[in-house]
Design a protein around this ligand. Structure first.
Ligand SMILES: Cc1cc2nc3c(=O)[nH]c(=O)nc-3n(C[C@H](O)[C@H](O)[C@H](O)COP(=O)(O)O)c2cc1C
Length: 401
């Protein structure tokens, strides 16, 4: 193995990346956040986190006290799932497993929010059918692509647009998952309304063809997202709730900048969040995926939205903001983003391969390369076996010429 080539690391210790900040109830020692990263190592059946592997993985990445981690996405209810190896957060067995993992993170003096996952039309229709569940989204029969349509037809589980009662039940599932997360000891929860998953499918007119109060106008497409926000706030308190938005992402068939209402839609959602903040219900943060990454499974720099920009968010939402997307190899851009003092930076892929990423960012050490093939593997390989910088040196890692 080797360090990343063609990258000159820069020590960021004297920048505001290492300036403490209070987020929700957490006192963070620095602003380098671990982005949510699905790793698919949970037990199936049961969708219980693999305590042994996950505890070691999060332990390694929370060793630096005062670090803020956002968990891999956790499924809020069986109906929200349809992917077998992702952990759930809807029952006591799952809560007990999360509690053990979270205890380790807290023992290290660090913090974690659990990210909430509902897959919608990115679920596997056959898995849902096997479990007696429907394949659901905002609308009937608006598939990600032809291949997913064929899979749904083959599984005899065509895409079903939720009824209003079913939407209410989903909103309750988010609230229940919030309570469970706090029961497990988490510092808070992050609502995943990003990257083409369930809530994003309602926000985007490409996947939301409804004609009732959950579709059509911007207010209607945003309704379920805000209902989920309010339900989570009511369940655990606003300071324990964050939300992730990726306005420009095209992953899983989203519109990205092809939607002429993109800015108007996200301005509306953020305006509603800001109204809640001013009324004393300010979320812990808004977490933005930058248009620097519109599809996280492409190589860095590929699929970048050249004209998009998230700076519009600052003039609407006045609380803390986390920004993420191809930033590890671009310290200059990080420094520029940090000029706004309510900004944190989330790192994804390089936190997979660098358990001590915070130390490396601080002192300007090179990064271990990552192995894409084990991002979603089923074993410890590619999860807990990446070395710290000093271990890497002992193993003979070199910067490739
Ligand atoms: C293997 C993998 C799993 C991911 N899982 C999630 C996830 O569960 N939830 C989420 O919001 N984003 C997820 N993402 C996106 C990352 O959080 C992040 O936004 C993306 O990797 C871009 O940041 P980076 O350039 O620092 O890696 C995932 C990305 C990768 C590569």
């Amino acid at each position: 193995m080797s360090f990343v080539k063609d990258f000159k690391p820069e020590a960021l210790k004297d920048t505001s990346l290492f300036k403490p900040i209070k987020i929700g109830n957490m006192e963070l020692e620095h602003r380098a956040v671990m982005a949510p990263l699905t790793r698919l190592r949970a037990h199936y059946p049961g969708q219980v986190p693999n305590v042994e592997l996950a505890t070691e993985y999060y332990d390694q990445r929370s060793k630096r006290p005062g670090t803020f981690l956002i968990s891999e996405a956790a499924i809020i209810s069986p109906q929200a799932g349809g992917i077998d190896d992702a952990p759930g957060i809807w029952n006591d067995e799952q809560v007990d497993a999360w509690a053990k993992i979270i205890k380790k993170i807290h023992d290290n003096g660090s913090h974690i929010f659990i990210q909430f996952w509902a897959l919608g039309r990115h679920a596997f229709p056959g898995n849902l059918k096997r479990d007696g569940l429907r394949y659901v989204s905002a609308s009937d029969d608006v598939y990600i692509d032809d291949s997913r349509q064929q899979i749904a037809f083959y599984a005899n589980n065509r895409q079903h647009g939720l009824t209003k009662d079913e939407i209410k039940s989903f909103v309750k599932d988010f609230a229940n998952a919030s309570k469970n997360s706090i029961k497990a000891g988490a510092d808070g929860v992050e609502i995943h309304s990003a990257f083409g998953f369930f809530l994003n499918q309602f926000l985007d007119p490409i996947s939301n063809k409804r004609t009732d109060e959950y579709g059509g106008s911007i207010e209607n497409r945003s309704r379920i997202v805000l209902e989920v926000v309010d339900a989570c706030i009511e369940a655990v308190g606003a300071e324990k709730v964050g939300i992730r938005l990726t306005p420009w992402a095209r992953y899983l068939g989203m519109s990205g900048s092809n939607d002429p209402t993109l800015l108007a839609t996200y301005c509306y959602v953020l305006g509603e969040l800001e109204k809640r903040r001013r009324a004393g219900n300010g979320l812990a943060y808004v977490h933005l995926g930058e248009p620097r990454v519109t599809d996280p499974f492409l190589m860095e720099g590929k699929g970048m939205e050249m004209y998009g920009h998230n700076d519009f968010v600052f003039s609407i939402w006045k609380g803390p903001i986390i920004r993420s997307g191809n930033l590890a190899l671009h310290p200059d851009i990080v420094k520029d983003l940090l000029k706004n003092d309510r900004t944190l930076i989330a790192y994804g892929r390089y936190w997979i391969s660098n358990p001590d990423l915070v130390d490396r960012l601080e002192t300007g050490l090179p990064f271990n390369k990552y192995d894409r093939g084990t991002f979603l593997g089923r074993t410890a390989k590619g999860l807990t076996d990446y070395p710290t910088y000093y271990e890497a040196i002992k193993k003979g890692y070199k910067v490739e010429a």
